[in-house]
Every structure is written in structure tokens, then in C-alpha cells.
Ligand binder design. Structure first.
Ligand code: XMP
Length: 511
């Protein structure tokens, strides 16, 4: 275990991921955690992250010297580097010479940390203060214009640090620097993989659950499926999955759950056909937020009724959730100690139905969940599925949601997805919504006749996290094939358009 001490900003998660990419398991802890508590977790090494503050600012997080006296190898990055220098008696100054972004660094003496790395290095910096003199016992390894001491190491105490951000992709040789610290200074082995987690988690879940019954709602997405597959491996038929078919899914989605999930894991699945209920509740509604609220409310109602029914058959004590590490870290619970925590009133369920929560993915990042899914034998078609919004196609029909309109959209969506897959582009695209402008009609001509049909909008986007996105430059041939097939095969659609708006200002979905 390597602990990444979070000094704020968003760097800690990226560092934790890079450490794991070096096959060393890492977890994030807040910088407010007492040093004894950190040491009690027996970390093999500690990485101090960057942060937005100056070490001189009032209330800036500090590092207790006890951390460096415990004999645990430590690596400081940016703020963490300065904090290490300051705590150990080095000279950190406010230079006024700020370095932001791509910055040249000259390696003077490579030492162990920078061994084999180019002498003239281009790295990502973001600092206003700088280390002017390293603490006693440290060798200075590199310098930049604004940072006289830009990297140092003390091999006796197994301490090292860099002023730049090796975790950022723009930093040349960043991963190599991190790995030199982890392997060559801290002595980490690099034998951790997500697959190791399977056995560990299976053991934990078995211990926790005993012979009790467990429930899991499948959304059709990756996270709930991988979480359920893991629990299923641990406790077999003590797990029941529920899939609420709200009629707002894309073509073939319920079948896919049967084929890709149930057939592989052998899990007992309760499919609730709630199409009429959802469409009834959505009748006459055109306002996007109202659609979302209605779908959310009906989902909870349906799930609750199903949970009650199942609970009467076999008393259910646990609920599986596909919570991921970024959510855990962001809600302040980054210690990752509790793999299973008790919980009340999950997802709006009433108090008289109380479950404890099983969250087997709460220490994992999304790409690791995918690796785990593959290790559990789930097919790529499920594991690499594009994200799909909870309210489903209801927010991709601009106008009232009706059964007929859903069918039109499903047909067009299936063609777009099929052609994207056929072109081998699934992994290059983040998401590919197809939107039906149900209240718009335009004139066209087909065969010898005039048509008066609806347009659809193709919305393929690239993104890393859905927070920002760009419109995807799909090849013209692929777009042409999709357009021709949709207008030929879906009677009601006579026009296909492409959305070329990035996010911001557009959102990915139209509603
Ligand atoms: P936007 O449209 O805000 O979407 O750019 C960002 C990401 O979130 C998905 N999305 C939703 N997911 N419930 C969900 O579970 C929702 O109500 C919802 N709205 C948008 C969207 O598909 C994209 O991945």
C-alpha cells in the first residue's frame, strides 16, 4: 500500500492512478489525517501531492516531521516537495517568478530518481514558491529557471521529491520518475493488478454477508454489472438482481442483460416490466427536468415494490451499489478502509426497508472496473459499453414521449450504433446519442412522393469524463452509411443532421 496524501486540488487522484499503473496499490488520504493514523496503515511509501496553497499561506496544510522520521520512504510533488523541504530545514522562498505549464528543466546529477532520464527535460510546472536550498543530507538533482532546486533525493532516508508534476501526461518521463521512486528508492515490487482484487473482495464479501440475502439493481451499465458479478462470484444464489425495464431503453437492451450478464454469472434476475407505468406517468410531459423527476420517482417506486416482494420471500439484508473511488474521495471518505458500510435509506428507499450496503468497487477507478469486469469473464460488449443516462430515451425525444416515438428513435439509434461498431470506432467515441426532434417536421422527397417527416440529430462526442466534450469527427463514409440507412429503413425519418457543438456550450444530451 502506498498512501497519497491529498493537499487539495485535483492532483491526488491522478497520482493514485499513476501509482496503480506502476502496479502498486495506492489509496488517497486527506492531509488532515494524523501521522500516527497514516503510519498505522503500514504504508510501503507515502507520496505527498501538489496543492493550491503556498506553504507560507495562513492555514496551509503542513507536514509533521514525524512523517519523515518513521523510516517510511516519501516522495514530494510540487507543494508536497516544498512542504518536505520546509519541514526538514531547507530554504523555501517566495520568488515571485512563477512557472506555469510546460517548463524546461536541466538535470545536473541524475542520482537514482532521475537515472536514465534526458538531461534536458520538458515538464509541467505550476508554482510560485521555490526551494532555494535543499535540507541537509539531500542531493540536488535538477534545476529550472524559477526553481533552483527542482528535484532532490536523500537515499539514506529514502526521501525524494520534484517541483514539477510527474503525474501529468505533459511531463516528459513522468511515469519513469515515479517508478524510480517506487521501485528503486522505496523498494515496492509492482505486482499489484486489479485481478488480485477479485480474490480479496470475494473473501471480504463472504465474511461480511455470511448466509444472508443480497439485492442488486442492475442499470444495464458497467458499474452495477461488475459489482453484481463480483458479489455473485462470492455468494452465488444468495444474490438476486433486479432490472427495471422502463420501456425507455434502446433496442435489445433487456436481452443483452440476459445474454451478457445472466448467462455469464448465472445470477438470479428479476425483470420488472414497467413500461406502461413509466409511459403513463410521462404522458403529456415535455419539460426535460420534469421527465427526469418522473423517471427517478417511478424507478424508486418500482424498485421499492420489488424489494418488498422479494423481502417477503427471503429476508434481504444487503444492497449492492456500484460506487466508484472518485465518488468516495469526493465525498470526503477517501480512506477506503471500509469496504462495506452500513447505510440507511439508500436511494430514497423508506426507513422500514433497511439494508446494509456492499460497495465492492469503492476503491477503484473506472478503467480498473473495466479490467475487473474482463477478469470476471464479462464480455467486452458489456464492459466497454458507452454511458447511457438513467432517464434513457425519454430525454432524447424532444417533445412528448410516446410508444410510437420511442420505436422510431430505437430503430434509428440501433442503425447508428451498429454502423459505429462495424467501423471499429466504439472505443474512440465516448457516447453517441441519437436525438429525435419529435415536434419538428420537414418536407422531403422519396421515391416519387413528397414526405413530411421528422429529423434526427446524430450527437457523437469524444470526452474523458463527460464534464467537457468535443463533437467527434466521424469519417464521412460512416456518417453517410448511417444517414442513408436511417432514411431508407425508418419510414418516419426523412432527414439526418449532425450536431457539431462542443461541451461547453452544449451539453452531451439535448435535454
Ligand atoms: P450532459 O448532457 O449533462 O451529460 O452533458 C453528461 C453525462 O451524463 C449523462 N446524463 C445522465 N445520466 N441521469 C444519468 O444517469 C441523468 O439524468 C443524466 N443526464 C445526463 C449523459 O449521458 C452524459 O454521459
Amino acid at each position: 500500500l502506498v498512501l497519497v496524501v491529498d493537499f487539495g486540488a485535483q492532483y491526488a487522484q491522478l497520482i493514485a492512478r499513476r501509482v496503480r499503473e506502476a502496479n502498486v496499490y495506492s489509496e488517497i488520504v486527506p492531509s488532515s489525517m494524523a501521522v500516527e493514523e497514516m503510519l498505522a496503515r503500514k504504508p510501503k511509501a507515502i507520496v505527498l501531492s501538489g496543492g493550491p496553497q503556498s506553504v507560507y499561506a495562513e492555514g496551509a496544510p503542513r507536514v509533521e516531521s514525524g512523517l519523515f522520521e518513521a523510516g517510511v520512504p516519501a516522495f514530494g510533488i510540487c507543494y508536497g516537495f516544498q512542504a518536505m523541504a520546509q519541514t526538514l530545514g531547507g530554504d523555501v522562498r517566495r520568488t515571485g517568478l512563477r512557472e506555469f505549464g510546460r517548463t524546461p528543466v536541466t538535470v545536473g546529477a541524475a542520482g537514482t530518481l532521475l537515472a536514465g532520464i534526458p538531461v534536458d527535460l520538458s515538464v509541467w510546472m505550476s508554482h510560485g514558491d521555490a526551494v532555494h536550498a535543499a535540507p541537509a543530507g539531500f542531493d540536488v538533482l535538477a534545476a529550472s529557471e524559477g526553481a533552483p532546486v527542482a528535484a532532490f533525493e536523500d537515499l539514506d532516508r529514502k526521501l525524494a521529491g520534484v517541483q514539477w508534476h510527474p503525474e501529468v501526461l505533459h511531463s516528459q518521463a513522468g511515469q519513469a520518475v515515479l517508478e524510480h521512486f517506487l521501485y528503486d528508492i522505496a523498494g515496492c515490487k509492482g505486482d499489484w493488478t486489479t485481478t488480485n482484487l477479485v480474490d480479496e473482495q470475494v473473501e471480504l464479501i463472504r465474511k461480511q454477508v455470511g448466509d444472508k440475502q443480497v439485492l442488486c439493481a442492475l442499470s444495464g451499465g458497467v458499474d452495477s454489472a461488475v459489482a453484481a458479478a463480483l458479489v455473485s462470484k462470492a455468494i452465488g444464489d444468495q444474490l438476486t438482481c433486479v432490472y427495471v425495464d422502463h420501456g425507455l431503453q434502446r433496442a435489445g437492451e433487456s436481452d443483452q442483460i440476459e445474454k451478457d450478464f445472466v448467462a455469464v454469472t448465472g445470477t438470479r434476475l428479476e425483470v420488472v416490466d414497467a413500461e406502461d407505468q413509466f409511459l403513463g406517468a410521462l404522458a403529456g410531459v415535455t419539460e426535460p427536468e420534469q421527465k427526469r423527476k418522473i423517471v427517478g420517482r417511478e424507478f424508486i417506486r418500482t424498485f421499492e415494490a420489488t424489494a418488498r416482494k422479494l423481502d417477503a420471500e427471503r429476508h434481504i439484508e444487503y444492497l449492492v451499489q456500484g460506487t466508484l473511488y472518485p465518488d468516495v474521495v469526493e465525498s470526503g471518505g477517501g480512506t477506503g478502509t471500509a469496504n462495506i458500510k452500513s447505510h440507511h435509506n439508500v436511494g430514497g428507499l423508506p426507513d422500514d426497508l433497511q439494508f446494509s450496503l456492499i460497495e465492492p468497487l469503492r476503491t477503484l477507478f473506472k478503467d480498473e472496473v473495466r479490467e475487473l469486469g474482463i477478469a470476471l469473464g464479462l464480455p467486452e460488449s458489456l464492459v466497454y459499453r458507452h454511458p447511457f443516462p438513467g432517464p434513457g430515451l425519454s430525454i432524447r425525444i424532444i417533445g412528448e414521449v410516446t410508444k410510437d416515438r420511442l420505436e422510431i428513435l430505437r430503430a434509428a439509434d440501433l442503425i447508428a450504433r451498429t454502423e459505429l461498431t462495424a467501423a471499429g470506432l466504439d472505443r474512440d467515441i465516448w457516447q453517441f446519442p441519437v436525438v429525435l426532434l419529435a415536434d419538428v417536421r420537414s418536407v422531403g422527397v422519396q421515391g416519387d412522393g413528397r414526405t413530411y417527416g421528422h429529423p434526427v440529430v446524430l450527437r457523437p462526442v469524444t470526452s474523458e469524463d463527460a464534464m467537457t466534450a468535443d463533437w467527434a469527427r466521424l469519417p464521412y463514409e460512416v456518417l453517410e452509411k448511417i444517414s442513408t440507412r436511417i432514411t431508407n429503413e425508418v419510414d418516419e425519418i426523412n432527414r439526418v443532421t449532425l450536431d457539431i457543438t462542443s461541451k461547453p456550450p452544449g451539453t452531451i444530451e439535448w435535454e
